[in-house]
Design a protein around this ligand. Structure first.
Ligand code: TMP
Length: 217
């Protein structure tokens, strides 16, 4: 199987972190080359931009400024990390990608999907991941988890439950546009049960037989 890019996305606190780590480690354990990356971030320059985005007060940037910063970060992530990895033959596992911009800035942030698509075309063009898994979980459960983490990277979480509820619905709306690219996974279950669903989906789609290592957290 040729190397692919798989994205795991969803509301803040949906459990993407552990699922991306498990997937990445399972690929390595099966003898494949894989990188684990994230957005906003994933390259040195994009990690600098990440700090601007995730720290501070919610109204520091409006939705359009957020979108432009996200896509500035995405451009260096693509050029410096994702494209070179795919060229080398590595699998790419990313914690978030462009669907976060569609859901957070486009729909929840009320910019509109047309505006996001214009910027997306300029920066990303026709490039797309091979599979996007959306972890779906009630925003109240997710928000509690996300805020409990602490650490100061909580600018989006501070936008509140109503914003996160819009983000949840937005991801479902985006996922409904292409049922081959997107798979929605019920993440309101134990971490291990979610992993089983993630691995079943990936194994089926790419004819793999990855095995879950539950010790990875
Ligand atoms: P993280 O906590 O999952 O790493 O993501 C940081 C925040 O950035 C998260 O609250 C979602 C937000 N975000 C957007 O609003 N738009 C985007 O395009 C991306 C990639 C993230």
């Amino acid at each position: 199987m040729k190397n692919k890019m798989i994205v795991i996305d969803g509301v803040d606190g949906s459990g993407k972190g552990v699922q991306t780590r498990r997937l990445h480690q399972a690929l390595l354990a099966d003898g494949m080359r894989s990188i684990l990356t994230r957005e906003p971030g994933g390259s040195a320059a994009a990690e600098d931009i990440r700090k601007l985005l995730v720290e501070g007060e919610p109204d520091k940037w409006d939705s359009m400024t957020e979108l432009l910063l996200m896509y500035a970060a995405r451009r260096t992530h693509l050029n410096d990390t994702i494209q070179p990895a795919l060229k080398r033959g590595d699998w790419v596992i990313s914690d978030r990608f462009a669907d976060s911009s569609r859901a957070f800035q486009g729909i929840a942030g009320e910019l509109g999907l047309e505006v996001v698509e214009k910027v997306h075309q300029l920066v990303v063009g026709s490039f797309a991941p091979d599979l996007v898994l959306i972890l779906d979980i009630p925003e109240s459960v997710a928000l509690r988890r996300a805020l409990a983490r602490g650490g100061g990277e909580d600018r989006f979480e501070k936008k509140g439950a109503e914003y996160q509820a819009r983000v949840r619905q937005a991801f479902k709306q985006v996922a409904a546009t292409d049922n081959r690219l997107y798979q929605v996974i019920d993440a309101n279950q134990s971490i291990d049960a979610v992993t089983v669903q993630v691995f079943d989906t990936v194994n089926r789609q790419f004819q793999l037989s990855l095995k879950v290592n539950k010790d990875i957290e």
